[in-house]
Design a protein around this ligand. Structure first.
Ligand code: NDP
Length: 285
């Protein structure tokens, strides 16, 4: 039997609706959550992502401020802007759209975001807190993956989860979150031997590689939950994930589509984090 699709659209809409309701309540107390987005250069994919974030803010009744900076901006100038936004009481969330141009050190810039405004959850403080299970901002993509798994009703307790990819923003935090939900976690990467064998043992398979069709049908355990994080262009020029969707659907119990899956939930999680930042900064909760 073909797998059930875990659709991002209704799940994301429900999250955004909940956020919008709370934003409305905050406005009645004179607080309007505000997300500042910094976009450096003209990367086409980044422009699309940033436009999506602006739309989401508008839908949720939040303010968004977009700071467009030229590709040749110095690191010092970017850090200066971050210092201003850090001090601005009306800005609750700060997001620096990645990737950044080569003259700028990504980790230095990320570390300059105050942890309480770090709605992407990328600062060392938030990632560290997540690792030891303290309250923090969780990176949006892994948070979205976990929500999608939860929506299936499949418990992670004692299950074998395999994450393919170990980036700081997707793979590693996804592995930590799965571990926190009592899954037994294997993390695969470019040096992993017998990767297909690991995948075949996964009750839950999270693919975050960045290669179209990387996960083939024979790598999916019958009945597995498959979460496809990848955003790639296939040979036909169309958007696709890391998983061979048609083949994997024949084996999986649940599977996320691309487009229409994790990407939408990632955006919704950003709205949730920004709402939370606004509440925390105003001492609510
Ligand atoms: P990175 O390029 O930072 O990481 C890719 C990971 O895949 C690395 O850990 C790398 O291993 C591993 N990898 C690459 N090639 C292989 C291989 N042949 N075998 C095994 N492992 C391999 O990417 P991100 O984590 O940032 O993103 C992954 C994908 O998810 C991309 O397609 C990206 O566009 C997408 N994405 C989607 C989001 C969404 O909202 N849906 C949000 C963020 C990303 P190693 O560490 O050894 O190099």
């Amino acid at each position: 039997m073909a797998a059930q699709r875990i659709e991002g659209k209704p799940l994301a809409a429900a999250v955004k609706q909940r956020v919008a309701l709370e934003v409305e309540q905050l406005k009645q107390r004179g607080i309007r959550p505000c997300l500042a987005v910094i976009l450096v250069g003209e990367d086409p994919a980044s422009q699309v992502y940033v436009a999506g974030k602006e739309r989401d803010c508008a839908q949720c009744g939040m303010e968004s401020r977009l700071y467009r900076l030229p590709a040749d901006i110095t690191q010092a100038a970017l850090l200066e802007l971050l210092a201003q936004l850090a001090a601005d009481r009306e800005v609750h969330g700060i997001l620096v759209q990645l990737p950044l141009p080569a003259q700028i050190d990504e980790q230095t810039v990320i570390a300059a975001i105050p942890p309480e405004k770090d709605v992407d959850g990328f600062t060392p403080v938030n990632l560290g807190r997540m690792l030891i299970g303290q309250p923090c901002f969780v990176p949006c993509t892994p948070a979205g993956c976990l929500e999608m798994i939860a929506s299936t009703g499949v418990s992670l307790d004692g299950k074998h989860a395999v994450v393919v990819g170990r980036s700081n923003i997707v793979g590693k935090p996804a592995a930590v979150l799965l571990l926190q939900r009592n899954a037994t976690v294997t993390v695969c990467h470019s040096r992993t031997k017998d990767l297909a064998d690991h995948c075949r043992r996964a009750d839950v398979l999270v693919a975050a590689v960045g290669k179209a069709g990387f996960i083939t049908g024979d790598m999916v355990k019958p009945g597995a939950v498959v979460i496809d994080v990848g955003i790639n262009r296939g040979a036909d020029g169309k958007l696709c994930g890391d998983v061979d969707f048609a083949a994997a659907s024949e084996k999986a119990s649940f599977i996320t589509p691309v487009p229409g899956g994790v990407g939408l939930m990632t955006r919704a999680m950003l709205m949730e984090n920004t709402l939370r930042a606004a509440k925390l900064l105003h001492g609510i909760e």
